[in-house]
Ligand binder design. Sequence first.
Ligand SMILES: N[C@@H](CCC[C@H](N)C(=O)O)C(=O)O
Length: 308
Amino acid sequence: MSGEITFTKGHGTENDFVLVADPDGAWKPDADLVAAICDRRAGLGGDGLIRAVRTAADPDAAALAGQAEWFMDYRNSDGSIAEMCGNGVRVFAEFLSRNGYLTVEDGAWFPVATRAGLKRLRREPDGSWTADLGRWSLTGGAQALADGSDALVQVHGLDGVARPALSVDLGNPHTVVALPHAAELDAADLTRAPEVQPVPPHGTNVELVVPVDAIDVDGDGTSDIGDIAMRVHERGSGETRSCGTGACAAALATRAWAGEGAPGVWRVRVPGGRLVVTVGAGSSLSEGTVWLSGPAQLVATGTFTLPA
Ligand SMILES: N[C@@H](CCC[C@H](N)C(=O)O)C(=O)O
């Protein structure tokens, strides 16, 4: 590919992406080009770039070629590579389906290859998508669960006190900090990356979370659905209006802090909308499987002239 590329702009709860179909793996954008495309003033603008390439045509995904037709090559807006994107994979599925690259029947799962392995997706009758993100774990394991934290995070704009946090692995790294009040969530300055100790070897996405409510659906006096609000500073992209894997991490860490009997379904309110996180059957408080549900919208298609 040279000269110009055809792109689609899409978002999931306002986590926005530039999507490019590259079935044969002919386009090899370097980090500078990805950053130029994602630039909100001089480029198209986006929290990330997603290249849709046939699994067999990309060396990073070729091992999964027999198991999924398409590979989501995800790049952050600074050009760095990320293993996984929960909002992006739903938008990717919508993109493949709307452009005829895949025939998708409502309710039927289909596989997608990512750098974090195979994921399954399903379109819901209302047009939203559910992504089976597969395995997650508390990075610090049982000890982190017993201690309630395995990291300390200093969030700019607050009182300067380093706060306890839990690290969650969803294929990509997350560090979740609980704040006591919505006012603190609003006051946090996420124009600067929160400072995490010990420094994660591959960087981390940082989620700030506050409890909102808990919902007793069946009236038995226990909470069936957890309800939290979250803001996120994404590795490689800065503050975004949503993060799907981040929403899962926030729900899973909050569930771990709540302990046995905590809900298995969580509503996660983000600045760009709402997501639903469903903890897989048989998951413990420190590891298991997880599903993410939410919207995926395509908003524009056009051509972009590549810099000479
Ligand atoms: N916004 C995404 C996560 C994108 C990758 C992340 N910035 C990283 O570097 O791990 C999501 O919706 O999960």
